[in-house]
Design a protein around this ligand. Sequence first.
Ligand SMILES: [Zn+2]
Length: 165
Amino acid sequence: MQTIPTQIKLFKFASKGLIFSQTYQVKDFPRISDLANNDDGVVEVELNFSLEGRRIPCIKGSVKLDLTLTCQRCLKGVDVNLQPSFNLAFVQNEQQGQDLDAGFETILSADEEFSAIEFITDEILISVPMTPMHEHECASYKETEVVQQEKPENPFAILKQLNIK
Ligand SMILES: [Zn+2]
């Protein structure tokens, strides 16, 4: 398999049925890197080009990556494993996509050439959680402050003291 070229040439790659795969790092995707705290994290990408239906260029792809995001509850790092996959058909108009099977997501696009990094970035961003959080209970940075301020006295503790006599 070949590595992914910098520029995707949609119809050209699709008509040849090319398959590409490449291992990137998080820092290769500036917009993802801005959200994450692990620039050296591995990003595995596979792109599979084909012509479907009435010569419609399609890209079937899968991405695997681990991102260290900021937990929105405790503000510490939370590791998130993402495996976005997609099956896109690039149509010139809506009628063109009607013969395609339902497994394709149709995209209205006239661009023959576009940046591979930007394209992959968009597909990854769809899968990034808006408010990442630890799965286990982590203390909220807000709640911990409140708890320290008002620690209610346990009425049973007072009763215990009285009974000691
Ligand atoms: Zn947390």
